[in-house]
Structures are given as C-alpha cells and as structure tokens.
Design a protein around this ligand. Structure first.
Ligand code: MN
Length: 204
C-alpha cells in the first residue's frame, strides 16, 4: 500500500471546544482513512503509478488512465487536503504570526481582519462541499475555494493554509452554522507552519 494515514499531531480532544473530539475522531479515522484506502485501491495494478508521490499524481491528473483519474482526483485530493488541514492546526491557541508572513499578508490584504473577512466570505460562498485556501499563486498570496476534494496543486498553485468546509468537518458541533465554525477555526491556525510553507514556496 503506497499511501498511509499520517499520524495526527495531537489528540482527538486537543482542539476542544473549537473542534470537538467526536468530530475529530470520525473525520480522521473514517473520512481521511477512507480517502487513503480508496486511493490505494484505485492504484492497485498500476505499479508505475504507485512509485509516484502524491504531489506528482495530483499535478498530472490529465496523464492518468481514464479509469482511475476521477478516483485519484477525489481520494488523492482528500488525502492531501486532510494531511495539510491537521498539520496547520495546533492546540496552542493564539500563536503569533511570524513577522515576515504577517507583513506580506497585510501588504496583500490590507490587514489581518480584511484577510479573515475575505476568507470567510469565500468559505461561506462555497455551495455544498469543498475547501477554502490561502495559496501562493504565481508568486501572489491569494484566497479562493475549490469544490469537493480539489486543491490548489491541481492547478499549479501552492497551498499554505486550507479550511475544510464539508459538513462532516463541523456539523456535530455547529450544525448549519458554517460561519461560526470558520470564526472559531482561526484561533487554531498554526501560523508558524503556514510561515514554513510560505518560505518554502517562495524559494521553490
Ligand atoms: Mn474533511
């Protein structure tokens, strides 16, 4: 099996009360594990594709055999997106934004509040299931959303931060109040991780 569920960097209840333990457990052990299993299943019999990294697969969806292209898009995307989602959250609430990243965000979006307003508007505007992203796109910090489990690397961009707005990510705790979930999530963002990704993206 080429792909494995990554270890969760904190316990299921570590993000309480913003994200409840039951949601975390189901999200990680059922949803994320399901994407990993289905991705591995899709790649069965394609030995040369099993040698590829997840990035390579998602950056070259058009070159995949038609029979598995949709399965790799949905499940490979799901695996990639959730791995990034866990990694960019932390129980250490209120982590400071490293200065270099904060300055770059303020230059682009005027202020952190304006960035958060735009991000929220974008996340609320995603009809149905999908993700909202902060990316580096052609060297520019950018906010947009994608449907289903699509993600920025499928279109040549670099994701720095992503928010899952599928109902499975928040429904137990927030029901239909997606906006409250978005507001709560900001305090869980690991800005040091985002800064690491930003620096790496600038140098890539
Ligand atoms: Mn999810």
């Amino acid at each position: 099996m080429p792909f494995e569920l990554p270890e969760l960097p904190y316990s299921y209840d570590a993000l309480e009360p913003k994200i409840d333990a039951k949601t975390m457990e189901i999200h990680y052990t059922k949803h994320h594990q399901g994407y990993v299993n289905n991705l591995n299943e899709a790649l069965q019999g394609y030995n040369e594709l099993q040698e590829k990294t997840l990035d390579e697969l998602l950056q070259n969806l058009d070159s995949l055999p038609e029979a598995i292209s949709t399965a790799v898009r949905n499940n490979g995307g799901g695996h990639y997106n959730h791995s990034l989602f866990w990694e960019t959250m932390t129980p250490r609430e209120g982590t400071d934004i490293p200065e270099k990243l904060q300055t770059a965000l303020e230059v682009k979006f005027e202020s952190m509040d304006k960035l958060k307003d735009l991000f929220k508007l974008t996340a609320l505007g995603r009809f149905g299931s999908g993700w909202t992203w902060l990316t580096l796109s052609n060297g520019e910090l950018t906010v947009y959303s994608t449907p289903n489990q699509d993600n920025p690397i499928m279109q040549g961009d670099i994701p720095l931060l992503g928010l899952d707005v599928w109902e499975h990510a928040y429904y137990l705790n927030y029901q239909n109040k997606r906006g409250d979930y978005i507001d709560a999530w900001w305090s869980l963002v690991d800005w040091e991780k985002v800064e690491e990704k930003y620096s790496a993206a600038l140098n890539s």
